[in-house]
Design a protein around this ligand. Structure first.
Ligand code: SAM
Ligand code: SF4
Length: 482
């Protein structure tokens, strides 16, 4: 197959395996001053770190230098995104898969899996629980790869999800943004899901090491084609989808290689399209149903280092930590992250069939954090974070290079704060118990106070609009945003 974006002269893709291996081989403990300089450069946001800089961050093991990295990572996150954490939930719609990835419970040779594809009616029921009972506004729609769940199925599902409106205590709730995690697709197929209203298109490369990739993805399966997957986001841009998400599955191979792979990928998208990834994911391999594949162990300390280095290396990108991780691990990395899921169920149909053992058996792997959204919101509030249900960006055309410029200049953090306040107010009105509501009133008041004190970032007009929208939301109006 010919790849439009390959380097035609020497038929190489953009991941230079030899260079990455050589950088990793020649690592020495860097001086703390040198690391400080690299972190300062990143704090300017607009000045991209080189792969060599990133490999120096990776080489750090001195505890004081590591602490410096963690402090900078938290500072950068706050500068770009303020103290808000966006929450979402996954909607696993089908576990049919033609691939046979050794590490995944959905793989075709797992005879123990009970296969299921949700019908549109079932997707509607799942959405009713997610939007109407839990109070989510943002989903990631997940399917395996199968002719039964291709682009048409995904497009129909998106339309179905967006059509669901549920009456709540004080207003009405619906899902306002659906991101999609699905197999790499052709430009034609991507156009179809773009027209159905996709938010972000997410594809994880799993491993950027081509040799390891070959061992994990058996030949004669579509996923065996490393380059077709590597250029999935390029095709998405060509189809007009300018919010794309990258990721690597940590624990398949050497984590240091994957960090350099992810940063290389981000730099490639910046170079070719002028827009980097909207988000970056770093799932850790979990034990999957009927899989003997155990991979390489990644300690919690290494995991924290990975997330901090990604924050510093791709400062404008959203970073997503998921319920694969245990609460105590999430607490350690949340200062560097922008998004997490909550109230998550990954069995097919598991939100509406929540008491069914079968739905549980249809899940891809085991979860580390099974707390409710309300419990998660309470914990975030204790830690000083405001939970945001904001989905305004793409509806105000703040996507692609527009959002990149806003993020890099620090201007987006203003909108993040205002929309966090408004969407959090909606959730408190519609879904919160009295206990959590009382606890969060103080937090939300403090956020409003912060806005009023900060005349550099917030004009009198913005402040006035905030109060106007806020009061309207209290009276039952919904979906007001900046
Ligand atoms: N089939 C599509 C694909 O492979 O791109 C999308 C769905 S797949 C379920 C989504 C992601 O789940 C994969 O990209 C992979 O990174 C992750 N995954 C697979 N097995 C996993 C495991 N055992 N633990 C954690 N994540 C896993
Ligand atoms: Fe299928 Fe994706 Fe699982 Fe691989 S990771 S078996 S492609 S669902």
């Amino acid at each position: 197959m010919i790849y439009k974006y390959d380097d035609k002269n020497n038929m190489k893709d953009f991941v230079d395996r030899e260079k990455i291996l050589s950088l990793l081989k020649n690592q020495v403990e860097p001086d703390i001053e040198e690391i400080k300089e690299i972190c300062e450069k990143s704090l300017q946001i607009s000045d991209a770190l080189s792969i060599e800089d990133v490999s120096k961050l990776i080489a750090v093991s001195n505890p004081d230098t590591l602490e410096l990295i963690y402090n900078y990572a938290a500072k950068i996150k706050n500068k770009v995104y303020d103290n808000r954490i966006v929450v979402f939930a996954p909607l696993y719609a089908a576990n049919l898969c033609v691939n046979n990835c050794l590490y995944c419970g959905f793989r075709s040779e797992n005879r123990e899996a009970i296969r299921k594809v949700l019908s549109m009616d079932e997707i509607k029921k799942e959405t009713e629980v997610l939007a109407g009972e839990i109070g989510h506004k943002r989903l990631i729609f997940v399917v395996g790869e199968s002719p039964l769940t291709g682009a048409e199925y995904i497009a129909d599902s998106l339309k179905t999800i967006y059509s669901v409106k549920v009456k709540t205590r004080r207003g009405v709730s619906s899902i306002r943004r659906v991101n999609v995690n699905a197999a790499p697709m052709s430009v034609e197929d991507l156009k179809l899901i773009k027209n159905a209203g996709i938010g972000t298109y997410q594809v994880f490369q799993e491993t950027y090491d081509k040799e390891l990739y070959k061992k994990l993805h058996p030949p004669k399966t579509p996923k065996a084609d490393f380059n077709y997957r590597l250029y999935a986001h390029h095709r998405a841009f060509e189809a007009g989808i300018d919010d794309v998400a990258i990721g690597a599955l940590f624990g398949l191979g050497d984590w240091r290689f994957e960090v350099l792979g992810l940063v290389t990928h981000a730099r490639e998208l910046e170079k070719v399209f002028g827009i980097g990834p909207h988000t970056v994911s770093f799932p850790r391999l979990e034990k999957a149903c009927a899989s003997d594949y155990s991979g390489v162990s990644i300690s919690d300390d290494e995991f924290k280092k990975i997330v901090a280095i990604l924050r510093i290396s791709i400062p404008y990108a959203g970073l997503i930590v998921t319920c694969r991780e245990k609460p105590e691990v999430i607490r350690e990395v949340i200062p560097f992250c922008t998004q997490r899921d909550a109230s998550t169920r990954i069995g097919i149909g598991a939100y509406s069939e929540r008491y069914s053992k079968q739905a549980l058996e249809r899940q891809q792997f085991e979860l580390g954090d099974t707390r409710t959204l309300e419990e998660v919101i309470g914990e975030l509030a204790d830690l000083g974070y405001i939970t945001s249900f904001c989905t305004a960006g793409y509806r105000c055309n703040r996507t692609g290079d527009h959002i990149m410029k806003m993020l890099k200049s620090g201007r987006e953090s203003r909108f993040c704060k205002l929309n966090a306040i408004l969407t959090f107010r909606e959730w408190l009105e519609d879904f919160a118990s009295d206990e959590i509501k009382n606890k969060c009133e103080l937090l939300i008041e403090k956020e409003i106070e912060d806005v009023f004190k900060d005349s550099d970032r917030f004009s009198p007009k913005l402040k006035k609009m905030l109060i106007d929208y806020y009061e309207k939301i209290k009276k039952g109006e919904r979906d007001l945003y900046f």
